[in-house]
Design a protein around this ligand. Sequence first.
Ligand code: ANZ
Ligand code: ZN
Length: 812
Amino acid sequence: MAKNTNREYKHQDIESKWPRTELASSRGLRPRVGSALMRGKQKAYNHIQVEPKWQNKWIKSGIYSPDLKKTKKPFYNLMMFPYPSGEGLHVGNMYAFTGADVYGRWKRLMGYDVFEPIGLDGFGIHSENYAIKIGRYPKEHAKISEKHFYEQLHMIGDAYDWTRTLETYDPAYYKWTQWLFIQMFKAGLAYKDKAIVNWCPQDKTVLSDEQVIDGKCERCGSEVTRREMSSWFFKITKYADRLLSNIEKIDWPEKIKTAQRNWIGKSEGMLIKFEVEDGGTLEIFTTRPDTLNAVTFLATSKLYEEGSKEKIGKFTGKYALDPLSGRKLPVWDTNYVTPGYGTGIVMGVPAHDERDMDFAKKYHLDSIKKEPDDSLWNRIEKEGWGKKHTNYHLRDWGISRQRYWGPPIPMINCQECGWQPVPEGDLPVLLPDIKDFKPKGDGTSPLHNASDGWKKVKCPKCGGIAERELDVSDTFLDSSWYFLAYPNLGTKQWKEGPSASSGQAFFDKKIMKAWLPVNAYIGGAEHAVLHLLYARFVTMVLHDLSFLDFEEPFPFLFGHGLIIKDGAKMSKSKGNIVNPDKYINKFGADALRMYLMFLGPYDQGGDFRDTGMEGMKRFINRIWRLYTEYADIVLGEEKDSKEVLVRMHQTIKKVTNDIGSFRYNTAISSIMEFVNLLYEKVTINNQPSTINHKIRCAEWDEALKSLCKLLAPFTPHIAEEIWVEVLGQKFSVHTQKWPTYDVDLVKEMINVIVIQVNGKVRSNLTINNQQSTSQQEIEEMARKDIKVAKWLEGKKIKNTIFVPGKVINFVT
Ligand code: ANZ
Ligand code: ZN
């Protein structure tokens, strides 16, 4: 609730800061007709004409396409890989992209060679489902939506390197996804196994554990069922320990780190062996050996596939022996123990474990009330009944998808030789065009419908008859390595590889050294255990295979908040999507960017409302007028020029620190305050009689130039237009040096105290930190002010109201 009130306030704030009746016109200020800067520039700001003009110029001039091989200060600024829905980008996506772009633009102004690539994760169930829904062939649909997506992205004005885009369904890309699969296989990290897997009945495919959220499909929300199937897995469990311990070394939001820790789920306990009455032993995993004295039964996972919410059990007829007391413990097959975790067998302790209690109640099993006994840990080890053991909740990554729209898994099954990888020189294994590509639902893949010519191949090892794998790979594999691709796009090896002789990847040594790992990774926290875990795993494997010299792909990650509309996260499924196109047309990309960044702290998101957009558009116009109408103000009094200077340095400091820590909203606030101050000075100093056209005011000039640079990351188009066309500076504002601040000037506290007479503003006082701020002295100074003295002349002051640091009001 508190948050909401806050946002409420901000919206009102926009209104009160620049109300519809504009300050300048209402006070009768005239444009400076005689000014050279003004000639022909009085026109209102026209974003429709200005924004595309600069977007095109930026591309043509290549200022956002650094030479990756010749860089001195590389900065790889990356936003999470977009997988737009069929309908294109919505305002929530814009929010994510713009926040990342502001950061990248700022880093460029700070002197870095910023590389900010963009691409499209367009393979996968998400896109395929949409294509099915609208009755289009996936490949055809991909082309259409790619065009739309890139057009929308152009309109936002982000500083992308448009010379290096990639799409996951491009064979030039997915040959390397397949190459990655083969490296996994060769390293013994990919295996095919018959296992009970998560099955989505709606999407008709297997899902990985990470793609099941609270028992539901991460994509479509259907209740996930269980099914025994033969699938490919990646041994991510082998990396559990390292994935966990490395978390301490990376600079990520605590929330996301915790989610990964919990998902990996390190659990320390013991493996204990129970003898079975008529021979053999059963081994269990427990984290509570101290409750061994209260065990009353053993439970297996044999009925797991029955998957109902209610606990089901079947007595096996067998009894195990409690090593401690020699009691007979009935062994039950159940559905509430998970196969593949621990040993898949549990010691049932109803007295201390709720799940066991539920089960015991239902099947009338005993419960023994006994206090846990800590000494049992040592005793169990000493007597040789069991040993200490660490378990991880993480399970191997299920990679197979019984769908069409993905990279065919590059494996060949030979009756003689078993599974063989496709020779690397033969990659890519192209996804064949087939008529009936829809998911079948019986557990087989649509690629069964491919021609025999595609399915039947020679065994790469013995030349005998063999068959291709017919499943495609998980779309999360496509996105697990894309950040490695961007800087290497266009290298010879990227285009021509992989070669038949293995061991060659697409990495250019020099480029890798300069640009990786990613300097700033910016994206949504909802990928905490999906994409972010997979990308870390893949990077570690490639490191261990000597392809990379780093283990962690994203040493720094910033998680942005979500855009809320009508009380819910903006998403297609919620039906509260706002299309950015119409806002960009009506208000301009700059206004939309600034509005989104002003909504609230970037890590917290905010509520989207139309009214706020209009306020922001007025602010953009206000900036435009400041430059086009008042660019050559001469600050007549020294106290004014001093104040402008001090406030400028203070604003630079605040904006610099705020952008550096992603507090865009407060950075914008201080820019707004600074603009207000400049307008105040306009009203004081714009008296025609004081104008001396020969003398330009150095402070005013500097203030306007600095302000333009401070605006550049947020509103890149108008900043460029002002810089080049109004201030007459050299293209481009985006390759300038970010303004620095003077530490001594920043320290000067400047306070502006409004002087009122009978509640009406008559003048103001500027107080610096060398002056006293006592009521008595302020009163004295205020009375001496000529403008105030005029109103006090011949009147008797009945009362003086003083608000320290803000207002002094004489009541006569
Ligand atoms: C006896 C006991 C007593 C347990 C008690 C818990 C509390 P975590 O922390 O998640 O590792 N368990 C072991 N293997 C299991 C499986 N395959 N499927 C479902 N449950 C399994 O939990 C480990 C605990 O979960 C183990 O400790 C075991 O129950 C159960 F008061 O053993 B315990
Ligand atoms: Zn063979």
